[in-house]
Design a protein around this ligand. Structure first.
Ligand code: COA
Length: 167
């Protein structure tokens, strides 16, 4: 398994995985393209040869990265793919002087909550009736000082000393 930065050439594969995993809540091809093209975006894919196993996308906002999506093909879960993707975002964000991460996750999405908890995220807030179906979201945060299992395997570059407020 490899992870690399996502490019617009990955848009079709990501859109197809989106539909497979998120059904009617899936991002359209044009929203995927917007995620890949935005200058404030960080997106990675995990691949096995030419097979797309999963992807992650986030948006830099001030001192942290807002994770907008992370998803792994159902038949390749619990093999460390999401952990590797999150570590890739972490390395790139820290290199840009941004160390913290935030996200919203469905309050009933137990797999994702277990994943984020295992990666050091803690609950900051709960937003009732956040989604279209009336269900709640949890707001999770990982403060900048957290060292991931992934970043131990791939040491993160130190953020610049001058001109950042992250970390
Ligand atoms: C959440 C998701 C991305 C996790 O991907 P993954 O590649 O299976 O996760 P990893 O293998 O890297 O898991 C790392 C750790 O997270 C925890 N974890 C992950 N999935 C878990 C689950 N279903 N139950 C309990 N713990 C889990 C475990 O501690 C795991 O380590 P371990 O396997 O050594 O015990 C995947 O389940 C998924 O794609 N879900 C559907 C999409 C989704 O809901 N995305 C989040 C909202 S955008």
């Amino acid at each position: 398994m490899n992870s690399r930065r996502a490019t617009v050439a990955d848009a079709a594969g990501i859109t197809s995985l989106e539909t497979e995993i998120f059904g009617s809540d899936a991002w359209t091809w044009s929203s995927v393209l917007a995620e890949l093209r935005g200058s404030d975006r960080i997106a990675f894919v995990a691949t096995d040869q030419s097979d797309l196993l999963g992807y992650v996308s986030g948006m830099r906002t001030g001192d942290s990265v807002d994770l907008t999506r992370i998803a792994v093909r159902a038949d390749r879960r619990r093999q460390g793919v999401a952990r590797a993707l999150l570590a890739a975002v972490d390395v790139e964000a820290r290199a840009a002087g941004v160390a913290g991460m935030m996200l919203e996750v469905g309050a009933h999405n137990t797999s994702a909550i277990a994943f984020y908890t295992s990666e050091g995220f803690v609950q900051l807030d709960e937003r009732p009736r956040y989604y279209r179906d009336g269900s709640a979201a949890l707001v999770l945060e990982r403060p900048g000082g957290f060292e991931t299992r992934g970043s131990q395997a791939h040491p993160a570059p130190q953020p610049p000393v001058v001109g950042t407020s992250g970390g």
